[in-house]
Every structure is written in C-alpha cells, then in structure tokens.
Design a binder for this molecule. Structure first.
Ligand code: C5P
Length: 222
C-alpha cells in the first residue's frame, strides 16, 4: 500500500494513546487503537465464559469480532455487539484479559487483516505494541514511546485520583511492571522497538512536547 502509516508502539502508560489521538487529529489521518481489539476479545471472552487459554474458541471470536467504532462527541465510542462498552473495556480486569488473549498466536493472526483494513487514505496513525514490527513493518514512520515505570505509575495514579478511585502508587507500579514483563516476555510479537523506530523517552516531557516531537518526525521525513 502507498498509504502512509505512522506506527506508535510502547508500553502501557507511556502516553501513546493520547499522543496517537492528537497526532492523528493534527495530520487529519485515521486512527487505529489496536489495544481496543485485544480488549474487546478479552471482555467478550469474560462475558461468554470462554477460558482465556482456549486458543480455538478465542481465535473464532477474534475472526468475527463484533466491534465497531462510532463517532461520539469529540471522540469515538467502542461498540460490541451494537452496544457501547467503553467503561467495561477500560477496566483493569479487561486489561488483564486482553494481555492474556494477546499471548495466543491464533488470536493475533485473526486480528491482522482487521488491523490492516484501517490503512486508508490519506494516512493512518496506528497505536499498539507491534504496529511497527508485525502489523505494518513497511510503515514509513515509526515511533517507540517509553517512560520510566515510576513515571507511568505516577501518571496513572494522578488519573485515578482525579476520577476518585483510591489506589496506592506502590500497587500501580507493581501492576505496570507485571504487565511490562508479560508484554515484553511473550514469545509472539513481544513488545520491542522496531530497528528503524525513533525512540522517544517521555519521562519528564509534557504530552504537548511529545506530540510536537512526533509531528516533527513525520513532517521532516515526509
Ligand atoms: O494498549 P492497551 O492497554 O489497550 O492494550 C491492552 C493489551 O493488549 C496490552 O497489555 C497487550 O497485551 C495487548 N496488545 C497487544 N498488541 C497490540 C495492542 C495491545 O498485544 N498491538
């Protein structure tokens, strides 16, 4: 395909999601939140009582995943089986289920074509763990966004406090480290930077500074 892709990969809490959204808006490109697909498989498996290690049943679910992205206000609402499920998709339980189903190779294969369908003119910003390495290896623009685990835990803590959810920094740090280990240690499509990715460590940077660095990368290389 000649449609340009900007792949943004990195661990959870690195700010990828927000950065990808802002950069897509600035460029006027489409946006793929690939984590939402894995979360959808995880959530529907929990709903339906499908064991998180039943590769055949999970792959069948992923192949005909009943997901759609509906415009809602400024952003999008994720619908499963025709119903909005945004809040359920964002819970820690769904994140853990997503991480488990994401380790099943047949699930990743089943989601490949679906993700590549998002590559539509004038361009695509794709946010995930393996956008630059597996799904869009030919992407002309690749960014690997990180931040220290401590900083990511602090950001999450602040978000949760603002929502009135009580947690401790120590518990969040432990959760983030466990998720990193799972995502980086798995044998299929482990989280790692593509060789040709621009690495940005956002520790101590504002979202605005990261957005600018990513936009500069696309504009200066295009
Ligand atoms: O980014 P998000 O937290 O929504 O992703 C949820 C989980 O889905 C991640 O922890 C990861 O295990 C998995 N995932 C993945 N590959 C992607 C996107 C997400 O394995 N491209």
């Amino acid at each position: 395909s000649t449609v340009p892709v900007l792949a943004i990969d990195g661990p959870s809490g690195s700010g990828k999601g927000t950065v990808a959204k802002r950069v897509a808006e600035a460029l006027g490109w489409h946006l793929l939140d690939s984590g939402a697909l894995y979360r959808a498989v995880g959530l529907l498996a929990l709903d339906r009582g499908i064991p998180l290690d039943d590769a055949d049943a999970l792959a069948a679910l992923a192949l005909r995943l009943p997901i759609s992205f509906q415009p809602a206000g400024e952003g999008v609402s994720v619908h499963l089986e025709g119903r909005p499920r945004d809040a359920d998709l964002r819970t820690e339980d769904t994140g853990a289920a997503a991480s488990a189903v994401a380790a099943v190779p047949a699930v990743r294969d089943a989601l490949l074509a679906r993700q590549r369908d998002f590559r539509q003119a004038p361009g695509l910003v794709a946010d995930g763990r393996d956008m630059g390495t597996v799904v869009f290896p030919d992407a002309p623009y690749k960014v690997y966004l990180t931040a220290s685990a401590e900083e990511r835990a602090q950001r999450r803590h602040k978000q949760l406090m603002e929502k009135g959810v009580a947690t401790t920094l120590a518990a969040l740090l432990e959760e983030i480290q466990a998720r990193d280990a799972r995502d980086m240690g798995r044998s299929v499509a482990p989280l790692k930077a593509a060789d040709d990715a621009l690495r940005i460590d956002s520790t101590g940077m504002s979202i605005g500074q990261v957005v600018k660095a990513v936009l500069d990368h696309v504009v200066l290389h295009g």
